[in-house]
Ligand binder design. Structure first.
Ligand code: MN
Length: 239
């Protein structure tokens, strides 16, 4: 199995190394990731300038690794173009959750979506970051369990996986769409000038059975997603 790995935190993120380590038990792994952080860039692609594809300056225990001066979606487009018959694209492990409405901004999820647009299975993986960086060794058995489950499922599919800090099990979930957690916070820079920080405020509690609920209750959340955004209810009777 050919497994292309990317992320939106950039090639230096410890999350991508942790994912590559587990994924290499499942098949042949190649890493193609942005050369700088591209978090919250969503599904942006670069079309106004050429992109480079260079060997990674850091080693991933002997795995092929490349850095691209573009977005996560660019990495998937180039990565799969240069590596024929890629079976699956894994994106992550993101340093920060991608739950509920934050999926709309996620570069991590966009990379998995880009794979599906190209006819390849896509799986996004994320975990919250607290005061310290995530303990990827603690998450590793759950990453392996999730990949075992999702790689064995045949067909084209898109999955969004989120790991809590201390997982106790895995739950299939739906996306929480109740509220939006983006907030503009005003501030002042060191020269006294006004500025604004677009940030995330935690929402609680989440509805049972949703992705946010699962992670709040220490379960690994797996949400199957689709690219068709059509509102079927609104369409009824209008065709
Ligand atoms: Mn990120």
């Amino acid at each position: 199995m050919r497994i292309l790995i990317t992320n939106d935190d950039g090639i230096y993120s410890p999350g991508i190394a942790a994912l590559a380590k587990v994924a290499s038990r499942f098949g042949e792994v190649r890493i193609v990731a942005p050369d700088v952080e591209q978090s919250s860039m969503g599904h942006a692609v670069t079309h106004s300038r050429p992109l480079s594809y260079r060997t990674s300056p850091i080693s991933f225990e002997g795995l092929d690794a490349y850095r691209v001066n573009g977005t996560p979606a660019d990495c998937v487009a180039i990565g799969t173009h240069l590596w024929s018959q890629t079976d699956v694209v894994l994106s992550g492990i993101n340093m920060g959750p991608n739950l509920g409405n934050s999926m709309w901004h996620s570069g991590t999820l966009a990379a998995a979506k880009q794979a599906v647009l190209l006819g390849i299975k896509g799986i996004a993986l994320s975990t919250p970051v607290g005061k310290t960086e995530p303990d990827f060794d603690r998450l590793a058995p759950y990453v392996e369990e999730a990949l075992t489950l999702l790689l064995a499922t045949p067909g084209l599919a898109l999955y969004n996986v989120n790991f809590p800090e201390n997982p106790t099990g895995i739950r299939w979930t739906r996306q929480s769409v109740r509220l939006y957690d983006g907030t503009v916070v005003p501030g002042v820079d060191p020269l006294g000038r006004k500025h604004y920080w677009f940030t995330v405020t935690p929402l609680e509690p989440a509805e049972e059975g949703t992705d946010r609920w699962a992670v709040e209750n220490n379960f690994v959340s797996i949400t199957p997603l689709r690219l068709d955004l059509t509102d079927e209810e609104a369409l009824k009777g209008k065709e």
